[in-house]
Design a protein around this ligand. Structure first.
Ligand SMILES: Cc1ncc(COP(=O)(O)O)c(C=O)c1O
Length: 386
């Protein structure tokens, strides 16, 4: 396949790290958007210099307001539907304990999912006696019908990662929500591998809750995650993790009463590295300005170029191959060397990818261009023809 002609969708200074290498590893850790890094650093500098003189009670109370608004725009939700925490896993764990499905119920997941997506449920199930059911993957691929077939009247929760971290398989979230709701179950989505890479519309898909990490496709700093919680759940759940911020008036500070707010913010509970939330707001606003649909198209073109080049080198591309389930994550078994050797060789040539089990995982994002893919393919040739 000839190199596709593509207009860059980022400015060279937006991702300074992309000048020094071909970074094809967003599914692991993204390059941070410069504006996000600057906003985070500035916030911590200000705190170091001025402490509570500038970061006073009112500032702490409203510190998440702009992230609530930015994440709501990204997901087509309302600011009241958003909670901020220190990571996707933390928010998911608090949600799992809040729902705590009982002994007669089951939780449906996928056996190749990223452990953090399902461990919180397994832990709760150990305590309550509920059952965790896994849809089984074949060569990393899960049939949607197999997943749906596990849902029954005793299913309390279906919890999946919208995009599988190891293969890039994308699930039809709206179909899963419909299947879950038919049996009275909730659909909970881990969007850590989709937010920022794929347009998300919680109103259209009907998911009940969604969490995401910050440092993958959202190009934000470590140390922050966000959760969308559908309005019908917001005043019903007692979060699993609580602290002074859990009270609806965070400065109430009366230890003998705990009254939650009526919004998703009841899941916010402690003093966290607030500057990371400020940084994530900057990167979400930036991605929204570019438009996530445009980013998705850009990334898929790079993935197409990559797949064509890998097939020319007799690589085996892990499924899915059909367009509705594909993303820009491309996992390939490449004849002639194992995945770790390949990833290390590429790294020595300033091309960054991940080895995941026996496959090499490439995950191009908005700062990449066709030249990055060509460099990766050339570097493969230099290793394999040695
Ligand atoms: C699907 C998915 N969920 C969650 C995480 C990690 O989340 P956290 O930042 O909470 O560790 C990852 C990281 O690879 C992931 O792929």
């Amino acid at each position: 396949m000839p190199k596709p002609i593509m207009d860059p969708i980022t400015e060279p200074n937006d991702f300074p790290g992309s000048r020094d290498c071909s970074y094809l590893d967003a599914a692991n850790i993204c390059l941070t958007y410069r504006g996000a890094q600057e906003a985070t650093t500035e916030w911590f500098e200000q705190l170091a210099l001025k402490g509570a003189q500038t970061f006073d009670g009112a500032a702490e109370e409203s510190v998440f307001d702009s992230l609530h608004a930015a994440a709501a725009r990204l997901f087509n939700a309302q600011p009241d539907d958003i909670a901020v925490g220190a990571s996707a896993t933390e928010l998911l764990a608090s949600l799992a304990w809040a729902l705590a499905p009982g002994p007669e119920s089951n939780i449906v997941g996928v056996d190749v999912t990223f452990p953090s997506t399902i461990y919180p449920w397994s832990r709760v199930a150990r305590s309550t006696g509920s059952q965790v059911r896994f849809a089984r993957a074949t060569d990393g691929y899960v049939r949607l019908d197999d997943l749906i077939a596990l849902i029954d009247r005793n299913t309390a929760v279906v919890c999946i990662s919208e995009v599988e971290y190891s293969t890039g398989q994308r699930y039809d979230v709206a179909a899963l929500a419909e299947a879950a709701h038919k049996d009275g179950a909730l659909l909970i989505v881990d969007a850590s591998q989709s937010a920022g890479a794929i347009p998300i519309d919680v109103a259209a898909s009907g998911v009940d809750a969604l969490v995401t990490a910050s440092y993958k496709w959202l190009c934000g700093p470590f140390g922050v995650g966000v959760m969308y919680l559908a309005p019908h759940l917001q005043d019903k759940l007692d979060p699993g993790l609580v602290g002074f911020r859990s009270h609806k008036n965070i400065w109430d500070l009366d230890a003998d009463r705990l009254e939650f707010s009526d919004t998703a913010s009841r899941f916010e509970f402690s003093t966290m590295a607030y500057g990371c939330a400020v940084g994530l707001t900057a990167s979400i606003d930036y991605l929204s300005r570019i438009d996530v649909g445009r980013i998705f198209d850009h990334n898929l073109l790079l993935a197409d170029q990559l797949i064509a080049g890998l097939l020319e080198r007799n690589a085996e591309i892990l499924p899915p191959r059909n367009s509705s389930e594909r993303t820009s994550i491309v996992a390939a078994r490449i004849p002639g060397a194992d995945s770790t050797t390949i990833a290390e060789h590429l790294k020595s040539q300033q091309i960054i990818v991940s080895a995941r089990r026996d496959a090499v995982r490439f995950s191009p994002h908005l700062y990449n261009n066709p030249g990055d893919v060509t460099k990766a393919l050339d570097a493969l040739d230099s290793l394999l023809t040695k």
